[in-house]
Design a protein around this ligand. Sequence first.
Ligand code: SAM
Length: 206
Amino acid sequence: MEDNIKKINSKYFDEKTEEILLSLEKTRSDFWNLDRECANFLNTLIKINNSKNVLEIGTSNGYSGIWILKALKETKGKLTTIEFWEKRQSVARKNFALCASDVPCEPKIGSAVVVLEDILEEIKKNKREKFDFVFIDANKKEYIEYFRLIDKMLVDGGVILADNILSHYEKVKDYTENLFNNSNYQSQILELGTGMMLSRKIKEAH
Ligand SMILES: C[S@@+](CC[C@H](N)C(=O)[O-])C[C@H]1O[C@@H](n2cnc3c(N)ncnc32)[C@H](O)[C@@H]1O
């Protein structure tokens, strides 16, 4: 596809948000953010699925989080987002406040596996609802560990989108193989950005 056709120039949000997104896009490689194409896909997917309770693993400075929050504004949902680097998440909080202060957001600091274990305990004690959409974008070697925990906190019909599937093929191989061999999930790898794996937890026996 011609680059100029593939490139997204459309503006979907208010001026302030577009300004912040544009400035974050300039430092993208320093913060390992999604590109605009993938972020737009993520935003659209949440809206198509009418997801209301989204979990993100890997907040960074909040670039993808802004796109998620903008989708959740439409679906009237909430974001929980995990990051172990405090400095990064404080930047993300500021960006969220500037772009989507009207959407509920719970930023969590800590190592993803530990935070996920805590969240699972809360779900088991009925202190928190299960998620209907999870975006995985943190430590590639830990994807499989994230999945084992996420599986217990995802509603039937829930969606998992995982990034860097093709760029970090070897590191995430146990994750992709597990999902493809898992009869409870229907999965597809998309050649989008650095490669994304889209998985849906199957609702009914097939
Ligand atoms: C690829 S970046 C996330 C980019 C973000 N999703 C975006 O597109 O704007 C990955 C982030 O995950 C964080 N991270 C890596 N390993 C982690 C772990 N085990 N627990 C929590 N956060 C982690 C890193 O500090 C980094 O900020």
